[in-house]
Design a protein around this ligand. Sequence first.
Ligand code: COA
Length: 393
Amino acid sequence: MNRYSRITGWGMYVPERRLTNFDLEQMVDTSDKWIVERTGIRERRIVGPGETTRTMAVAAARQALAVANLSPRDLDLIIVATSSPDHLLPTVATQIQADLGAEGVPAFALVAGCTGFVYGLVTAHQFIVAGTYERVLVIGAETISKAVNWEDRTTCVLFGDGAGAVVVEATQTPGGMLAFELGADGTQWDVLMIPAGGVAHPPDHEMIDKKLYTIRMHGRAVFRFATQVMTEATRHVITQAGLTPEDISLLIPHQANLRIIEYAAKKLGFPMDKVMVNIDRYGNTSAASIPIALVEALEQGRIRPGDNIVMVGFGAGLTWGALVWHWQPVVPETEAILVEDWPLPQALQAGLRQVRSRAWNARVALSEKATLALLPLYTWTHKLRKSVSRRFR
Ligand code: COA
């Protein structure tokens, strides 16, 4: 019997406190106009007294567990993606485990910058399809406001705090993760970093005086990297899933800069109404940005059963990750098993998907000249697949 992943619960938390661009105008030499034009951000949320990565993660996780109708002790694993844990030691994941009351459940944090949630979801999926675990909680949570130099206008306008979480469960209903790509380019580790506070430069007076415990970033280098990997990784996973952009109903990109998102969407041929954008309200919440956008997309009814969605992120490391997720219909497992055991339409559909996928790849490679020649093949296979799937439904 095949095993698949299914997202059964989701939740998010953002602090009450809003920091607008106009507030920032009072703090550094910047303007609402500059920030909106260059980034698309209008405001971000900043933690209040007593709020940390741990507390926000717990709030998001409780919601996700409630939606999944699970108790914390039902979990087999907790993964927390964050670059801003409450302490260097121990991992914030065990603090979250204790607060949730998930006694005995293994818990770890992973650091992959803003790509952390995609890395975490892929990791959860691996444990599930391997048959190791049945229910995994994946959290992306960040308090980047504590790692920002509030006198540096080139970084402080970009980031915000928040958390998002999903429960991933094993299912026999086909779907879930159709394809993924994880990547890293360690040669660019220093374009987005915190220079001191780790063992390479332990805390000292210089660290305090020069604020070396805050984020340093080469904005343009990150911009170049982001536009390239977002476009390529998205293309790769769509192809790998045997799909074309027309089959994707929603693109959920990491919310770092509206210009990066628009550039990638244009290159990929995605109209902006198929792209989830909430950067205007939250800024860049790092590893929390994709799960927060996912939760809002679900709440707004922008993801329906049967939809294929893409999540794509990039961040410090430098790292990137993309995945295609098929949102399974909520049907009893027995019905799903029947469909799965019916080999003819499945095989036929897989074959047709491959044909369409190859046609799409060829179109990309041959560029605009070949596009017109191949379009009819596309349309034909698309129509054929639709009519075949209708017949066998
Ligand atoms: N307000 C006003 N002016 C600002 C400013 C601010 N907040 N920040 C920078 N500037 C100035 C610069 O000093 C520079 O001035 P100069 O021309 O006199 O030297 C000018 O604006 C242009 O700076 P530049 O860095 O070229 O701007 P940009 O168009 O590249 O935009 C970023 C800067 C940071 C918005 C953009 O590079 C970016 O988004 N990069 C990716 C960052 C990112 O996503 N990081 C997180 C990854 S997970």
